[in-house]
Design a protein around this ligand. Structure first.
Ligand SMILES: [Zn+2]
Length: 110
């Protein structure tokens, strides 16, 4: 039986800082966004077949953003800000994800 892709990864949740700009009060602030981090394991379970190994060889660690909305930090504003301009999926190599994220300027235009 093929191995479930979830067994390729160790899964955990992490907070990452991102600077967001409130469209209402026009203030920028740093927010903690929740990400689901899937770190590629060192090896597959012993029951992996050749097909699993081929897929595993190509697999990369990645993380998926969970937060789509944050509340503006300006207490006089408190608007819900949609998280745009921050990538929603990020691939990475090595044991841990990057501490900061690149802003994707094209995000809003898609
Ligand atoms: Zn605001």
């Amino acid at each position: 039986m093929a191995i479930d892709e979830r067994e390729f990864y160790d899964e955990r949740e992490e907070k990452k800082k991102a600077t967001l700009h409130c469209p209402k009060c026009r203030k920028s602030a740093e927010y903690d966004l929740a990400w689901l981090v899937r770190t590629k394991r060192k090896q597959l379970p012993p029951r992996a077949d050749e097909n699993d190994r081929a897929k595993f060889a190509k697999a990369r660690s990645y993380m998926v953003r969970k937060d789509d909305l944050v509340m503006c930090k300006n207490v006089q504003c408190r608007k819900r800000i949609e998280v745009t301009g921050v990538q929603s999926v990020a691939f990475f190599d090595g044991p841990s994800p990057p501490a900061t994220l690149e802003m994707d300027d094209n995000f809003g235009n898609r």
